[in-house]
Design a protein around this ligand. Structure first.
Ligand SMILES: NC(=O)C1=CN([C@@H]2O[C@H](COP(=O)(O)OP(=O)(O)OC[C@H]3O[C@@H](n4cnc5c(N)ncnc54)[C@H](OP(=O)(O)O)[C@@H]3O)[C@@H](O)[C@H]2O)C=CC1
Ligand SMILES: CC(=O)[C@@H](O)[C@H](O)COP(=O)(O)O
Ligand SMILES: [Mn+2]
Length: 385
């Protein structure tokens, strides 16, 4: 198997650190690493993996990173220009985008234009700019390998069936820490409660998204772009154990699913080694340890973020960028203790009527919609004078 040379955006995060474990285990060369502000971990990773370039997005941290690296053998860049520079490095065969948030959109597009293979964890890229990203990938003949566990499962369930029409997708959801609760029971939940995901250990933003079911809404939109689906072709199913990572139903009503223990190293590694499957450090799945698996319908009325995302993609245009921007801002406020858990859903839903839409748009329009949605949330939350 050919070892691809990788550039990892978001190397200090949950996905990034697990991707580096995979690289270490299988000797994947790494030519670039990027983080937002965690200079200590980034410097440690750079010393271990010896990339040609590293990017620290936060400009105030540039000097500290230079000092930690000690000499000039690794080039240090910063800001969005730096992130874009890493996305198009001539040495990279593949860019793994594992930054969090829609800030990942421009680097994804730049990497596609530079004809890099894409391993995509950053779902906000497809939620906000799916149309532009998929068009660019087609035009440049660049593959996008999904890293998100559900989309990796769908991708895996499609192998050998590319010529067959998808009847529908079964998109599984854990239901998060608040499964089964009423709105009344969610009134006083804390940040600490919301950060307790039942099955996955992940970054803070996606963990809150799982608790509100926004994550499933974002994944609904992500699946539509990756697999060219209509909304009515996706059924969201709550599956508490996160063992079946999603499934494809074909025209003959056969359902093909991918199963495994909930560990992101499996989908990360498959994106890096596709079409090959190689040894993985993750423990094997024992179905008899589980005994039974459960399935139910989501509660769209209590977890309104999921409903808002489906409405946004049905409206089309810039509305997915609007709900995503509102959510990024609202989650940030929630994590800082400035709004309640239920307020996240309220604000995301209200954004649908507050932000102007248009069907033809550029990357700048997406960025402006994102800013407008964030401003709307800050105003409604009383954070602007
Ligand atoms: N964690 C998981 O299991 C899964 C995650 N995903 C998706 O993957 C993405 C990453 O999630 P996760 O790893 O949990 O998030 P984390 O918060 O754990 O990590 C985010 C990473 O992105 C970096 N980062 C943030 N902003 C920038 C920026 N402007 N420039 C460069 N680097 C930046 C952070 O750097 P720093 O450390 O310095 O802040 C960190 O390395 C998200 O889109 C998420 O939805 C999808 C499926 C599963
Ligand atoms: C691991 C992964 O892909 C996450 O997106 C996970 O799916 C979150 O779980 P739920 O959103 O289903 O709770
Ligand atoms: Mn997922």
């Amino acid at each position: 198997m050919n070892q691809k040379t990788l550039c990892i955006l978001g190397s200090t995060g949950s996905i990034g650190t697990q991707a580096l474990e995979v690289c270490q285990a299988h000797n994947f060369p790494v030519c670039g690493l990027a983080a937002y502000h965690n200079v200590n971990l980034l410097a440690e990773q750079a010393k271990r993996f010896r990339p040609k370039k590293v990017c620290i997005f936060c400009k105030e941290k540039y000097g500290e990173l230079k000092a930690l690296l000690g000499d000039d053998s690794i080039e240090v860049v910063t800001g969005m220009e730096g992130l874009l520079e890493l996305s198009v490095m001539p040495e990279a065969d593949m860019v793994l985008n594992s930054v969090v948030g829609m800030i990942g959109l421009r680097p994804t597009l730049a990497a596609i234009e530079a004809k890099k293979e894409i391993a995509l964890a950053n779902k906000e890229t497809l939620v906000t700019g799916g149309k532009l990203v998929i068009e660019a990938a087609r035009k440049n003949n660049v593959p996008i390998y999904p890293v998100d566990s559900e989309h990796s499962a769908i991708f895996q369930s499609l192998q050998g069936n590319e010529h067959n029409r998808i009847h529908k997708i079964l998109l599984t959801a854990s239901g998060g820490p608040f499964y089964g609760r009423t709105a009344e029971e969610l009134r006083n939940v804390t940040v600490e409660d919301a950060l307790k995901h039942p099955n996955w250990s992940m970054g803070a933003k996606i963990t809150i998204d799982s608790a509100t079911l926004m994550n499933k809404g974002l994944e609904f939109i992500e699946a539509m772009w990756l697999f060219d689906l209509k909304p009515e072709q996706i059924e969201v199913i709550v599956h508490r154990e996160s063992v079946i990572h999603s499934a494809v139903e074909y025209e003959d009503h056969s359902v093909i699913a991918q199963l495994g223990v909930p560990d992101m190293k499996i989908p990360i590694q498959y994106a890096l080694t596709y079409p090959n499957r190689i040894d993985c450090t993750v423990k094997p799945l024992s179905l008899t340890d589980y005994g039974a698996l459960s399935f139910s319908k989501p509660d769209y009325d209590t977890f309104v973020c999921l409903k808002a995302c489906i409405k946004a993609i049905t409206m089309g245009g810039l509305m997915p960028a609007a709900v995503n921007g509102a959510n990024e801002q609202a989650v940030d406020l929630f994590l800082k203790g400035q709004i309640t858990f239920l307020k996240i859903g309220e604000l995301v839903y209200e954004t649908l009527d507050a932000i102007p839409n248009q069907n033809n748009f550029t990357v700048d329009d997406i960025i402006n919609t994102d800013k407008a949605a964030r401003r709307f949330v800050l105003e409604k939350a009383g954070m602007l004078a």
